[in-house]
Design a protein around this ligand. Structure first.
Ligand code: NAP
Length: 373
C-alpha cells in the first residue's frame, strides 16, 4: 500500500508532509474474505483536525518511544500539546533536548494531567499501574483518557487501572515503534494504527479516536477492541516480531557453527540474506513472490520444510497465546518493569545479546556493506 522506499528528491519537506489531503477515505476492504472498515487520513485533513481539537490540550504523560513520536508529530501539526514526565528523569532531559519548555509545555506528570483535556497515557505499562491512584482523581468529567495499548484496563486485576466510567476512554495503538511513528511522518508517510473504544460517554468516542489516530501521524486506522489489541500485541512481539525470530536466528546460526561453518558464513546465511534480500521482498510483494524470486532448488527445499517448522512451532505459539490470555505475561512484565533498577537489569540482558557471537559478527558484516564503507 505504501512505497517502502522513497527517493530523497521525492521526499516531501516536513511542512508538506503534514497530513496531506484527498488521498483516501473510509473504506470497506476485503481482507482475504473478511470485510473490515478502514479509516484513511483523507477524511481528516489538517484544518478539520485543528478545528476538531481547537478547545483541547493534548497531554502526553511519558516521553519514551511513543511520547516522543506522537508528541512531536502533534506539536508539528499545530495542536496544543504538553508533556508530563518525572522531573529531572531521563525523559525530562530528552524532552528538553527536543525543544519542550519546562513550565510552558513540559510539566511534572500530575501537573500536566491537571492541564490536559485529552490525557494520553504513554507512561510505561508498569508506570501506568504505579501512578494510577494519583492520576485517576484528576480525570474529571469532560476529559478523555487515551492509551496506546490495551494492557492497563484489560488486565485491571493486575494493574488496578480502572478508567472512570464518566469519561470517554479510547485507544490508538500504532503498529510500530514511536521512532517509526516519527520517521514515517517526516517522510510524508504514516504508520498504521488500530483504534478501540473502552467507554463511550459522549457518543463521540470512536470519532475522537480516529481523529487522534490521524493527528498523531497514522496513515490508516483499523478497528479493534482493547482485549484483541493487547492479546495480539503481546503475542506478536514475543513471537514473530521479536522473541520467536531471535530464537530462530540463534538456533540456525548455532547449528551452522557446530558444523564447522565460519562466523561470517553462518551470519550471512542466517541474518544478512534474510534481512537484506528476502524479507524486504516479502514486505513489498508477499511470500509467494519471494518464493518465485528464488532458485528452483531453494524453492523446493523451502516448500518441503515450512510445514515442518509450522507444525513444530505451532504448539509453542499455542502455549504463548495461553500465557498472554491468562495474564502470566502481564504479571511478569509488571513485576520486572516495576523494579526501581529495571533499566540496569534490562541493560544487563541486552549486554548478553550484544556480546553473543552472532551479533558481534553482525556488527562486522554491516561494516562491509558498500553503503557503509
Ligand atoms: N514502544 C513501542 O513500540 C510501542 C508501540 C505501541 C504502543 N506502545 C505503548 O505505548 C505506551 C508507552 O510505551 P513507550 O514504549 O513509549 O514507553 P516506555 O519506554 O515503556 O515508557 C517510558 C516512559 O515511562 C516513564 N516511567 C517509567 N517508570 C516510571 C515511573 N515509575 N514513574 C513515572 N514515569 C515512569 C519513563 O520516564 P523516565 O524517563 O522518567 O523513567 C518514560 O517517560 C505503552 O502503553 C506501550 O505499551 C509502545
Amino acid at each position: 500500500m505504501f512505497r517502502t522506499t522513497i527517493s530523497k528528491a521525492a521526499r516531501p519537506t516536513l511542512a508538506s508532509a503534514q497530513i496531506p489531503r484527498g488521498i483516501r477515505g473510509l473504506k470497506n476492504i476485503n481482507f482475504g474474505g473478511s470485510v473490515e472498515t478502514v479509516h484513511e487520513r483523507a477524511d481528516w485533513p489538517r484544518e478539520k483536525l485543528l478545528n476538531y481539537f481547537k478547545n483541547d490540550t493534548l497531554c502526553l504523560t511519558g516521553y519514551g518511544s511513543q511520547g516522543y513520536g506522537q508528541g512531536l508529530n502533534l506539536r508539528d501539526n499545530g495542536f496544543k500539546t504538553i508533556i508530563g514526565v518525572r522531573e529531572n528523569g531521563s525523559s525530562w532531559k530528552a524532552a528538553v533536548e527536543d525543544g519542550w519548555v519546562p513550565g510552558e509545555n513540559l510539566f511534572p506528570i500530575l501537573e500536566a494531567v491537571k492541564r490536559g483535556t485529552i490525557v494520553m497515557n504513554l507512561l510505561s505499562d508498569a508506570a501506568q499501574s504505579e501512578t494510577w491512584s494519583q492520576i485517576k482523581p484528576l480525570l474529571t468529567e469532560g476529559k478523555t483518557l487515551y492509551f496506546s495499548h490495551g494492557f492497563s484496563p484489560v488486565f485491571e486485576k493486575l494493574t488496578h487501572v480502572d478508567p472512570p466510567k464518566n469519561i470517554d476512554t479510547i485507544m490508538v495503538a500504532p503498529k510500530g515503534s514511536g521512532r517509526t511513528v516519527r520517521s514515517l511522518f517526516k517522510e510524508g508517510r504514516g504508520i498504521n494504527s488500530s483504534f478501540a473504544v473502552w467507554n463511550d460517554v459522549t457518543g463521540k468516542a470512536e470519532e475522537k479516536a480516529v481523529a487522534l489516530a490521524i493527528a498523531i501521524g497514522s496513515g490508516y486506522v483499523y478497528e479493534t477492541t482493547f482485549q484483541k489489541e493487547v492479546y495480539s500485541d503481546l503475542y506478536g512481539e514475543r513471537g514473530c516480531l521479536m522473541g520467536g525470530i531471535h530464537g530462530m536466528f540463534l538456533a540456525q546460526y548455532e547449528v551452522l557453527r557446530e558444523n564447522g561453518h565460519t562466523p561470517s558464513e553462518a551470519f550471512n546465511e542466517t541474518v544478512e540474506e534474510s534481512t537484506q534480500s528476502l524479507y524486504p521482498l516479502v514486505g513489498k510483494h508477499g511470500m509467494d513472490y519471494m518464493y518465485d524470486a528464488c532458485s528452483t532448488t531453494a524453492r523446493r527445499g523451502a516448500l518441503d520444510w515450512y510445514p515442518v517448522f509450522k507444525d513444530t512451532l505451532k504448539p509453542v505459539f499455542q502455549k504463548l497465546y495461553a500465557s498472554v490470555r491468562s495474564g502470566a505475561e502481564t504479571k511478569r512484565s509488571l513485576e520486572f518493569n516495576s523494579q526501581s533498577n529495571y533499566r540496569e537489569e534490562l541493560n544487563k540482558e541486552l549486554d548478553t545479546i550484544r556480546n553473543m557471537e552472532i551479533w558481534r559478527v553482525g556488527k562486522e558484516v554491516r561494516k562491509l556493506r558498500p553503503e557503509n564503507n
